[in-house]
Ligand binder design. Structure first.
Ligand code: ZN
Length: 265
């Protein structure tokens, strides 16, 4: 078994974590991001630009971002649901942007109020917009390993979305295990088929630990050569449109495991 020497961890606690808690004061969010910047984490998903009615916890995204101390060497990114959010993220000065689409229609409708196909049309325009502004675009495919409304998600359905967004110019693909339905088998099935079709597109995996499988999933993905992962400080997180979703895999647990295995982060 060959494992990578280095793994890149993106801290998503300030976004995925806090969007699922009772709204916390702006000042506390700024303190959290600044404290994370000081830990040595090199990538932080800082905010999301979503409609404040949809996710009131992120209504102060602009102010949070203005007040955060931008530490040299740390890559800060923002998550957006659509082109409007992407315009706000660009205006705020972000150059690394993640856009989210769900593999399952029902979750996509709950999350962004339209079908997966409609989101994909919007994402094609959004990628062109971001590239035109000198920014990169990662496409996060939620419910890649299962959907709380529709159950199992066929890897072939995910693959068709990957085909589409890669053709449209996505810089990186992330697979979101939105409700912790992933298992090592599901990870192997999806990553293997995507790697066969798209050997060069960077992949990032985003695991929730709802059923305690997150570290097992991560180890499986490591064996398949995936070297980028989301994690959340203290395991904060969930999904506002996925009942019962619990936290992300905890950053400190991932770091502990990888370092003990001789893998730098
Ligand atoms: Zn998540």
């Amino acid at each position: 078994m060959t494992l990578p020497d280095f793994v890149s961890i993106r801290e998503v606690g300030p976004r995925d974590g806090l969007q699922n808690e009772e709204p916390v004061p702006t000042e506390a969010k700024v303190r959290l991001i600044d404290a994370l910047s000081a830990t040595g984490v090199r990538r932080i998903e800082a905010v999301s630009f979503v409609h404040p009615k949809a996710i009131p916890q992120m209504a102060d995204a602009d102010e949070v971002w203005q007040r955060v101390t931008k530490v040299p060497g740390v890559r800060y990114s923002a998550l957006v649901p659509n082109t409007r959010g992407a315009q706000r993220a660009l205006a705020a000065g972000f150059t690394e942007i993640e856009v989210v689409v769900s593999a399952s229609d029902t979750h996509n409708r709950r999350n962004v109020n339209r079908s997966t196909a409609e989101s994909l049309d919007d994402i094609a325009e959004l990628i062109a917009l971001l590239h035109g502004a000198g920014a990169t675009c990662e496409v996060i495919i939620s419910t890649s390993f299962g959907c709380p409304y529709e159950g199992d998600v066929d890897p072939q359905r995910v693959v068709r979305i990957v085909d589409r967004v890669v053709a449209d110019g996505a810089d990186r693909i992330a697979f979101g295990d939105t409700t912790g339905m992933a298992t090592p088998r599901r990870v192997r099935d999806l990553v293997t088929v995507v790697r066969e079709r798209h050997p060069d597109i960077p992949l990032l995996l985003h695991f929730h630990n709802t059923r305690g499988t997150a570290l097992a999933n991560l180890l499986t993905a490591l064996e398949l050569g995936v070297t980028e992962y989301d994690a959340s400080v203290g395991g904060l997180g969930g999904c506002p449109y996925a009942p019962g979703a619990s936290g992300n895999v905890a950053t400190e647990e991932v770091v502990h495991m990888l370092h003990d295995m001789g893998i730098d982060t």
